[in-house]
Design a binder for this molecule. Structure first.
Ligand code: HEM
Length: 313
């Protein structure tokens, strides 16, 4: 399920990659984005949630207040920015949300769990393309209190659920040793209520699947071993996550949204500037980051491909 090159958020601004907090404040404040792939991605999300609920949804009871806040926030946001496709209104105690793309209507009473079939966070996530994470801000840190995660890049919600910010990032090389992750945590803790920030993260997959959880690594991960100079153009996809952080004004929780985009190497190769940038970033990756991102296994055939391609053009 690759995205088109015209709307792909190409992430590289330099020729060399390092972990940075590349966050910028958003104006207007937006937590989610509706794209041309809405229908197919929502159908896939819902299928995954139905088939693998334990993998795709986790929440603590104490996150319910934040969940209600997020449900109303996201329904309000998409109805405001996509009025042709969504409506959201309040009549007395009842809220009514209409999804005109899917021909669906949700009616609920604020903070009354008996008025909805799933938890508020779960319901919100079924109408937006993003994966959603709710971080509780307490005891001087942030805890993963709820998540609806369908399209992870090789991590597990079941594993990260309940962990604090620093522990979640333990598998990432360097950032725990350099003080980087503490700095990022301080940055998030300082985000003011009602404001939103955006950053991107990239990785590479040898599949066009959006859902690459740790739990099914044995199914999608082994394709990394099959990469050759000849087939890499067909198999490899650049994966970019647009991540947004929003401080909820009422509960003070933090909403973290992840919108995932995929671009096939074949499509990227039609843009020489992008291909060269990507090549330089991969070429100069340190071994530990290349290993973490899963690139080490096929870095050689990928580099050979690039060299052939550059020579030909
Ligand atoms: C509260 C919001 C956030 C959550 C819940 C979160 C969660 C995660 C998770 C689950 C991973 C994968 C870890 C693994 O391999 O098991 C990750 C990776 C990472 N995170 Fe965060 N993160 C958040 C915010 C941020 C921010 C604001 C930064 C800013 C720099 C950041 C930097 C990174 C980096 C550099 C990686 C490695 C990514 C890669 O190389 O592909 N995270 N994060």
């Amino acid at each position: 399920m690759a995205n088109s090159i015209e709307t792909f958020p190409f992430p590289f601004t330099k020729d060399q990659y390092e972990y940075t907090n590349n966050s910028s404040q958003l104006n207007p404040v937006r937590c989610v984005e509706v794209t041309g792939d809405y229908n197919s991605e929502i159908q896939l999300k819902r299928k995954l949630i139905e088939e693998h609920p334990e993998r795709c949804y986790r929440s603590f009871r104490h996150s319910i207040e934040g969940q209600w806040e997020i449900l109303k926030l996201l329904f309000h946001e998409i109805a405001t920015y996509e009025p042709d496709h969504f409506t959201f209104e309040r009549r007395g105690k009842e809220y009514r949300f209409q999804n005109l793309i899917l021909g669906e209507e949700e009616r609920f009473i604020d903070r009354d769990l008996s008025s909805i079939d799933s938890e508020p966070f779960d319901l919100a996530g079924r109408h937006v393309q993003e994966d959603l994470i709710l971080m509780g801000d307490r005891e001087g840190t942030l805890f993963l209190d709820a998540g609806q995660l369908c399209f992870p890049s090789n991590w597990s919600l079941a594993f990260a659920f309940g962990l604090d910010f620093k522990s979640i990032h333990t598998p990432v090389p360097r950032i725990n040793q350099t003080g980087f992750i503490e700095k990022v945590e301080r940055f998030i803790k300082r985000i003011r209520p009602g404001t939103a920030w955006e950053r991107n993260n990239w990785s590479v997959t040898i599949t066009n699947k959006l859902d690459t959880p740790l739990e099914t690594y044995s199914e999608w991960g082994r394709s990394r071993l099959k990469v050759t100079e000849e087939n890499v153009e067909d198999l490899l996809h650049l994966r970019v996550e647009i991540q947004r952080l929003y401080r909820l004004p009422l509960t003070n929780d933090v909403l973290f949204t992840i919108h995932t985009y995929l671009l096939s190497l074949k499509d990227m190769a039609t843009n020489n500037e992008w291909l060269t940038r990507f090549f330089k970033n991969v070429e100069t990756l340190t071994d530990d980051i290349a290993e973490y991102k899963g690139i080490s296994l096929y870095k050689k055939p990928l580099m050979n491909y690039f060299e052939q391609k550059v020579k030909k053009d």
